[in-house]
Design a protein around this ligand. Sequence first.
Ligand code: NAG
Length: 267
Amino acid sequence: MVVCHLHIISLKSGVSVAGFLAKLGQHGIKPVFQARVLRWMILPTEMSAGHLLARNTHWDLFLGLESGVVLPPSTQADVAAIWSASCGVGAKALAGYSSLNTTLLNQPRKSITLADVPGHETGGDAPRPGNLELSPEWVQWIDSLPADVREHPVSMLNLLAFNPGKIDQYKQYGVEFAKRVGSRHGGRVKILGRVVESQAKDDGWDEFAYVHYPTINHFASMAGSKDYQEVNQQYRLGALKDTFILCCQEINDRGESAAPRLGTSKL
Ligand SMILES: *[C@@H]1O[C@H](CO)[C@@H](O)[C@H](O)[C@H]1NC(C)=O
């Protein structure tokens, strides 16, 4: 196991994502992952909520840095707010992340629309904290996205805190998700790990998972599907004390979306 530092960063106004990454580059820092923050899909209900949901904080960037790599003091002047989690991840998974990233981002992907989602199922029960369902608000937001953002792969950062004794139930969710749901919707866990000594640990978080989807519509149609809701209700919801999901998009060093554009033809 090796340590990976996750940072969610809000940049001061006037500081661009590309400029910030360039500064890291000047210090010889190459993040393991770097992504632009698009929006919260699920808000934390309690843990870190005061910090992450502070008024007027607009999160810009999600970075993963290797063990021992710290943000240089000179970048602090560019940072308006930062939330950090140190996590233990598999050494192999970390070493392989870069090639997995390249593979996933360059994979042919199909353009789908939410109209393709049969039934728009939403699980039935009254919404519970941390629930993941296709809300009208999501649909509206997705419709409002520029086409190149909407048709670009997304990465969902999940932070997880478990109810006492429920870790195994969540593990089972991971198994069922991979077997019954994820693959069908293009969802693929890229890296996961356990939160270790850091602000996030003090806040009560246990684990994180970073999950790829070919486009935001793949994620939304999964959330709206009956097969997902079955697994969600049976294993996920009861296991979680708190969670958040932050929707991000991988970027290159120039701060641009890092994947080939979708052709006009359907793949
Ligand atoms: C992920 O892959 C894309 C596309 O190949 C690349 O532009 C980007 O820099 C990669 N991200 C990292 C952190 O290596």
